[in-house]
Design a protein around this ligand. Structure first.
Ligand code: 5GP
Ligand code: ZN
Length: 113
């Protein structure tokens, strides 16, 4: 059982921002910025390492990059934003389904942490 797979399957409600056949983009339930969107590949990969080992991983990463651009357009992030992928325990990943945070709508500092 994976909570993001359940969201993708419509079993758990979410606020959709953008969707196509490869990705679903939803608002984070606990936003840290005016825009905090999660880009979820519709195929389950545990994380970016798992994705890198999959034959169709590149197809999904390509879809992610295009979806990030769509989200930025929808939310009017024309002055920039940040994309974050937490990977594994030390990376602070809490949901083990590959996802990318799109964070924006405020002036972020140049420091990552
Ligand atoms: P991670 O720490 O794994 O990179 O990020 C997981 C993110 O998923 C967190 O920012 C958390 O707020 C978000 N999240 C966890 N459960 C749900 C949920 O049921 N719905 C939505 N929309 N976001 C969730
Ligand atoms: Zn999943």
């Amino acid at each position: 059982m994976c909570i993001f797979c359940d969201i993708i399957d419509g079993k758990i409600p979410s606020t959709k921002v953008y969707e196509n056949d490869k990705v679903l983009c939803i608002r984070d339930i606990n936003p840290v910025a005016p825009t905090h969107v999660l880009v979820l590949p519709k195929k389950h990969f545990d994380d970016i390492i798992d994705c890198s080992k999959s034959e169709d991983g590149a197809v999904y990463l390509d879809a992610v990059s295009k979806a990030v651009a769509e989200v930025a357009k929808i939310d009017g992030l024309d002055k920039g934003f940040r994309v974050i992928n937490n990977c594994g325990e030390d990376g602070g990943q809490t949901v083990m389904h590959l996802h990318f945070h799109v964070i924006g709508g405020l002036k972020l500092t140049e420091k990552i942490i």
